[in-house]
Ligand binder design. Structure first.
Ligand SMILES: [Cu+2]
Length: 288
């Protein structure tokens, strides 16, 4: 069943700065390298990096990173990142992504199918209750690849958020409700219910940013994955769920979509309401 999407349904202002719209305009220098050491206490990574054109020859250096990064990356990881200078002249890596060619191949293949599925929907249509949730491949807060095949035979809750969202009634509230639902599902003995939150801001929300976000909410990550990845794949998911998502240079204005998907990957409940009710979803999950 396909339904015509009302483009502005549930459009609510959740605005947030989004400085890095285009790759060319991104701050700092592009860096490719291999992690040689992780200093958890010093919150730093030692990286042997390739030449940074017009800036620096190949060398091994210690870089400041975020607390999430020292939990995510380990010795031997190939990475790409942006290198920036702190005010005191120290070097810092931001937007760090692990390079994994095999995972990248899988992701490309799966997300090509996702693009095809969404293209076939046509503009103005979205996936509704009764439709199959599309295949996708993204990366979670631990740097692991997440695809629906991982959830074969398991129901899951899925929503969309981004970590920099400052509208308390939008992403922060949605994340709190998902966390509540995760806790209640456990109490009710719904052992196999999984949780997935897709970022609306994949350029900023790297795996370690998502990890720090999940930690801040005290979320147990075992069955709750925050996912990011290829921008196009995220966009296709946004489109398939008929979310409003407008990046205006400074802001991301978006609506919400929360879905419950059953063990056969069928969408059984879908809400685009800002005030979506976790109890309604819990009842539906119990009935599966
Ligand atoms: Cu938001």
């Amino acid at each position: 069943m396909l339904l015509v999407a009302s483009a502005l349904a549930g459009l609510l202002g959740c605005a947030q700065r989004n400085e890095s719209q285009e790759d060319e305009k991104e701050e700092g220098y592009p860096l490719l390298g291999v992690v040689q050491g992780v200093d958890v206490e010093g919150v730093a990574l030692t990286v042997a990096h390739e030449e940074i054109p017009d800036f620096m020859p190949p060398m091994t250096m210690v870089f400041r990173v975020s607390p999430g990064d020292v939990k995510t990356f380990k010795k031997g990881d190939q990475i790409k990142a942006r290198m920036v200078r702190d005010e005191d002249g120290g070097f810092r890596l931001i937007k760090i992504w692990k390079i994994d060619d095999e995972a990248a191949d899988t992701m490309r293949r799966v997300n090509k199918r996702l693009a095809k599925t969404v293209d076939e929907l046509g503009s103005g249509y979205y996936l509704a209750e009764g439709d199959a949730f599309p295949e996708f491949a993204l990366v979670d807060q631990y740097g692991e690849t997440v695809t629906p095949t991982r959830y074969v035979g398991k129901p899951f809750m899925l929503n969309f958020i981004f970590t920099r969202c400052t509208d308390a009634e939008m992403c922060p509230l949605s994340t709190s409700k998902m966390a509540t639902l995760q806790r209640m599902a456990k109490e009710e003995g719904l052992e196999d219910l999984e949780f997935i939150s897709v970022t609306l801001d994949p350029k900023y929300d790297t795996p370690s940013v998502l990890r720090t976000y999940a930690d801040a909410y005290g979320i147990e990550g075992e069955n709750f994955r925050f996912v990011t990845g290829e921008r196009d794949a995220v966009r296709q998911l946004i489109k398939s769920m008929a979310l409003t998502h407008i990046e205006t240079g400074e802001d991301i204005v978006h609506s919400l979509a929360t879905v419950l998907v059953d063990r056969d990957r069928k969408i059984v409940m879908r809400s685009v309401k800002k005030a979506w009710d976790p109890m309604e979803f819990l009842a539906a999950a119990k009935a599966l």
